[in-house]
Design a protein around this ligand. Structure first.
Ligand code: IPM
Ligand code: MG
Length: 372
């Protein structure tokens, strides 16, 4: 029996291609693993009404980790229109399967390292090395949303709110509510994870990203929790910034930042910005990490316009694979993969289109494999 069971979730579009590339690396490094395919994606929504079928959830309950490609997502109405006729009008609602996996398996850490590898022509500046910790289960991703708004809720809110609230006396169909729900527990565990990481890897500063000056209840709780957690880490500097200012300061002086920690939505936004500074989504790797399971994925989407072309950069997925090995405790293998990626980037002989070259997804993976 293999040492590890890995759920293999290619999903849609280029997800299939980048996972093929990752497999070239895993085979070269000889990981003692069994890779078990899981059905996930747009197809399963259209034909079964579920993009994350029960059998895939069962699979995820029985593996050590998962590697995930990408999923095509569409807004609720557009998604409903693509269901097969038998499933129409059953009131099925589409929710992104990655968001569901994060919540179902309590993958509360979204870890997104953003490192500028030397010689990457897409680096915003050489030497950037920022690690984003994004809360991954709550906040505006709670899934508690209303459109139309139930009458009872509308009345409660109307009674509680100030007389000038824009939604007073608006018909129930004409406004919508998405709940930003943050808990002390949810905030504390992601902030602690960021500090633990900083301590382990000798990083000096953790910056909390928020908007506590306006979104007082939820972001206020997040910031206050950070101040409490920071007391346990006297050697690490706690810094904080509003999300809007943060987008400017990050560009102005990326070297002022080290580890960032943010509630879900701000983390989503800021991690794209950080990824862009180190080469764009072709370099955006990530891990969705819980206590029992972790799902690793490139942060780019399924890129339908490139689907089937074997054009996209597999480095984001290969670095996510490296993160998976770290999580499994295969740190030596993880280092070998990262070094191979760094070497190929520095040499600059094989480059995908985003890097100004014309090598394919598979050629890039093979070049990296050749350095292992
Ligand atoms: C990400 C993505 C997802 C998110 C989408 C695909 C639901 O943008 O992983 O950053 O919003 O979390
Ligand atoms: Mg995102």
């Amino acid at each position: 029996m293999a040492k590890y069971k890995i759920a293999w979730l290619p999903g849609d579009g280029v997800g299939v291609e980048v996972l093929e590339a990752a497999r070239i690396i895993l085979d070269k490094i000889n990981l003692d693993a069994e890779y078990i395919h899981g059905d996930i994606g747009w197809n399963y929504w259209c034909t079964e009404g579920d993009a994350l079928p029960e059998r895939t959830i069962n699979l995820l309950n029985n593996v050590d980790a998962a590697l995930f490609g990408a999923i095509t997502s569409k807004p609720v109405k557009a998604a409903a229109a693509e269901l097969i006729p038998e499933l129409q009008n059953k009131g099925l609602t589409y929710r992104s399967p990655i968001v569901r996996m994060r919540q179902l398996f309590d993958l509360y850490i979204c870890l997104r390292p953003c490192k500028a590898y030397k010689g990457n022509p897409l680096n915003y500046k050489e030497g950037i090395d920022i690690v984003v910790f994004r809360e991954n289960t709550e906040d505006l991703y709670s899934g508690v949303e209303f459109n139309p708004v139930p009458e009872k809720l509308a009345k409660t809110l109307s009674d509680l709110s100030k007389p000038f609230s824009s939604f007073k006396d608006v018909p129930l169909n004409d406004y919508a509510i998405s709940c930003k729900i943050n808990t002390k527990k949810g905030s504390e565990r992601i902030i602690r994870a960021a500090f633990d990481f900083a301590k382990k890897f000798n990083r000096k500063k953790v910056t909390v990203v928020h908007k506590a000056n306006v979104v007082r209840a939820t972001d206020g709780l997040f910031l206050e929790t950070a101040k409490e957690v920071a007391k346990d880490f006297p050697d690490i500097h706690l810094d904080d910034a509003n999300i809007d200012a943060m987008t400017m300061w990050l560009l102005k002086n990326p070297f002022n930042y080290d580890v960032l920690v943010a509630p879900n939505l701000y983390g989503d936004i800021i991690s794209d910005l950080c990824a862009q500074m180190v080469g764009g989504l072709g370099f955006g790797c990530s891990g969705n990490i819980g206590e029992k399971l972790a799902v690793f994925e490139p942060t780019h989407g399924s890129a339908p316009k490139y689907s089937g072309m074997y054009k996209v950069n597999p480095i984001a997925t290969i670095l996510s694979t490296k993160m998976m090995l770290d999580w499994l405790g295969e740190n030596e293998k993880a280092v070998i993969i990262e070094n191979a990626v760094a070497k190929v980037i520095a040499e600059g002989k094989v480059r995908t289109y985003d890097m100004g070259g014309n090598s394919s997804t598979i050629e890039m993976a093979e070049e990296i494999a050749s350095k292992i």
